[in-house]
Design a protein around this ligand. Structure first.
Ligand code: UFG
Length: 346
């Protein structure tokens, strides 16, 4: 019998790509999503790619009764991957309670369910945001880098969530947890059937680049060219979303097969290389032929100057490695943007 996995936030950007990879790896997938920042049509996109429609519940993970009812209905579940969370850094500064309530209540409900329904493993979506601005010379950051005070309520929910997980694992729950710290996920599935669908004006770099290339936005603002980096713009580690999705399969396999060595394990997920904002704009041109108009403006409050990940642990222990070249990732994101236009979405 196939192992069944619950994906919360499975209609979202990373969740939908992970659903595809789990199904390709032979897992049955059950999605819980309240559709607050995603569309039910994503389920069709997943079905088109894999030939299998995941089971879908439109439920909010802060609603414990609804979560438990779905678990009861679905029978034995092997693991949970918990993506569901609010994730806009700026919004979290304006509406902190919304972020604390939503992100932490849903986490606690899922952890309780994981224990009560005797799951084997729990994967939590965390972020390199927990490292804050790495000390000079500390890049690439590895998993032992110090956790810095969070720059936003959103970032704080990730730190508190990691602490809650450590505490319940120390208290002796029966399942293991893997915490995945993502660097900057970008791209789309190569079929262009699923991708990122930001609501309103995109806050993240690549969706803004794609919408500018499409003519939806007039020009991109590059936030600062006076940083202490080779070209003055900020540096990030941009990881292809399909590569990222595959790491979740490796993490789940590890727990389901009983290979975890600790109750909680941490893995950075990135490429191991830093790319600047200006380099990304140039590589986008190489990948698509489109020169995105941009202007340099002032720094964005709260931005980190440079961070990229040491991914040796994920390479060696999970047996996972980022593989998609950046150009291909950017071409896939653009194809998805073109598909949105074809469908009349934007
Ligand atoms: N940027 C621009 N113009 C834009 C948007 C972004 O120049 O219109 C720049 C930013 O200043 C930054 C880089 O592009 O230097 C990347 O910015 P993103 O907003 O795409 O990503 P961040 O690294 O700021 O944030 C991401 C996630 C957060 C997560 C964080 C962890 O969006 O959820 O990584 O560091 F917390």
């Amino acid at each position: 019998m196939k192992n069944k996995i619950v994906l919360t936030g499975g209609c979202g950007f990373i969740g939908s790509h992970t659903c595809v990879e789990l199904q390709n790896a032979g897992y049955d997938v059950v999605i819980f999503d309240n559709l607050s920042n995603s569309e039910a049509a994503v389920v069709e996109g997943i079905e088109k790619i894999t030939g299998t429609r995941p089971i879908f519940y439109q439920i909010d993970c802060t609603d414990k009764a609804a979560v438990y009812q779905a678990f009861q209905k679905e029978g034995p579940i092997a693991g949970v991957i918990h993506f569901a969370a609010s994730k806009a850094v700026g919004e979290s500064v304006v509406k902190p309670l919304l972020y604390y309530r939503n992100n932490l209540t849903s986490l606690m409900n899922m952890l309780e369910a994981a224990n009560d329904f005797h799951l084997k493993g729990f994967v939590f979506s965390s972020s390199c945001t927990v490292y804050g601005e790495p000390d000079e010379g500390r890049n690439p950051v590895d998993e032992t880098a110090p956790i810095k005070p969070a720059m936003s309520p959103y970032g704080n929910t990730k730190q508190i969530a990691e602490e809650i997980i450590r505490d319940i694992e120390n208290a002796g729950v029966d399942f293991k947890t893997i915490i995945l710290r993502y660097f900057n996920p970008i791209g789309a599935h190569p079929t262009a059937e699923i991708g990122e669908l930001p609501r309103g004006v995109p806050q993240n770099l690549l969706p803004y680049i794609c919408q500018t290339a499409m003519g939806i936005r007039k020009e991109l603002s590059v936030f600062g060219d006076d940083y202490n980096t080779p070209d003055g713009s900020c540096i990030r580690d941009y990881i292809d979303v399909c590569d990222l999705a595959k790491a979740h399969v490796c993490a789940l396999n590890r727990m389901v097969e009983g290979k975890s060595q600790d109750k909680v394990e941490y893995f950075n997920l990135g490429t191991g290389s830093g790319v600047s904002v200006l380099e990304l704009i140039n590589t986008f041109k190489e990948a698509t032929g489109i020169a995105v108009p941009y202007k340099i403006v002032g720094r964005r409050a709260g931005d980190i100057e440079k961070i990229w990940g040491c991914v040796d642990k994920a390479n060696n222990v999970l047996g996972w490695k980022a593989q998609v070249p950046l150009k291909e990732t950017l071409a896939n994101a653009w194809r998805w943007q073109e598909n949105l236009r074809k469908k009349g979405v934007m």
